[in-house]
Design a binder for this molecule. Structure first.
Ligand SMILES: Nc1nc2c(ncn2[C@@H]2O[C@H](COP(=O)(O)OP(=O)(O)OP(=O)(O)O)[C@@H](O)[C@H]2O)c(=O)[nH]1
Ligand SMILES: [Mg+2]
Length: 195
């Protein structure tokens, strides 16, 4: 897969707007503000393809980016406190419809903030991925914000908490330092070639 040749394709805000699945899909999921846009921009070697926001929770659509051999699918961030019940409901419905719309999902990159324990929403998502046997990796974001001791402690904590969900890999990642970029790209590449 050519990571340097990826273009924005479309944003879907309703089920009807989802594109037909015509290619393998790599899905990016995580809570609002976890660093999803930053990770996408980093692996695609772009400054601002996926918009990095200082205002969390702005993304309420599923965004599709097209590469030569796969689509990259950016799910809306969940768990943003200011979203009212209706908005959260809408989120849940969209995600559910996406996963149930007969896709060729090769890999989910689930983002979790390395500094903190997974949230209830993170655990719900991990549980869903595990239950549905969807292949996924966990990117532990903002790794640069931890000192050496915290880094080791939190890596162990996450590995322990995550192991029951059976991720293919757990990768510390920093969009600032670049840590984890090549490993995540290799795992995506491998997933697009699987089957
Ligand atoms: N230090 C550090 N900051 C990061 C990292 N990744 C993201 N950030 C910062 O965290 C904030 C949120 O990053 P985004 O990439 O916009 O997060 P997002 O998950 O796309 O957020 P929403 O789309 O709003 O849900 C921004 O201020 C980023 O600069 C990282 O690896 N290290
Ligand atoms: Mg974003």
């Amino acid at each position: 897969m050519n990571f340097n040749k990826v273009d924005y394709e479309l944003s879907a805000g309703t089920y009807e707007q989802l594109p037909k699945c015509t290619m393998p899909e790599i899905v990016f999921s995580g809570r609002s503000n976890v660093g999803k846009s930053s990770l996408l921009n980093k692996i695609l070697n772009r400054k601002n393809l996926a918009r990095v926001s200082s205002q969390p929770g702005k993304t309420v659509t599923i965004n599709f980016y097209k590469a030569d051999t796969a689509r990259l699918v950016d799910l809306p961030g969940y768990g943003y406190a200011k979203h009212g019940f209706d908005e959260r409901n809408r989120w849940g419905k969209m995600i559910e419809q996406y996963f149930q719309s007969d896709r060729d999902i090769r890999l989910v990159v689930q983002l979790v903030d390395m500094r903190h324990k997974p949230t209830q929403d993170d655990l719900m998502m991990l549980d869903f991925l595990h239950q549905t046997e969807t292949p996924f990796i966990v990117a532990l974001t903002k790794s640069d914000k931890l000192n050496k001791t915290e880094y080791a402690q939190n890596l162990e904590m996450h590995n322990n908490l995550l192991k029951d969900y059976r991720p293919t890999a757990v990768v510390p990642f920093s969009s600032v330092k670049g840590e984890g970029t090549e490993e995540i790209k290799a795992l995506i590449e491998e997933a697009t070639l699987s089957k």
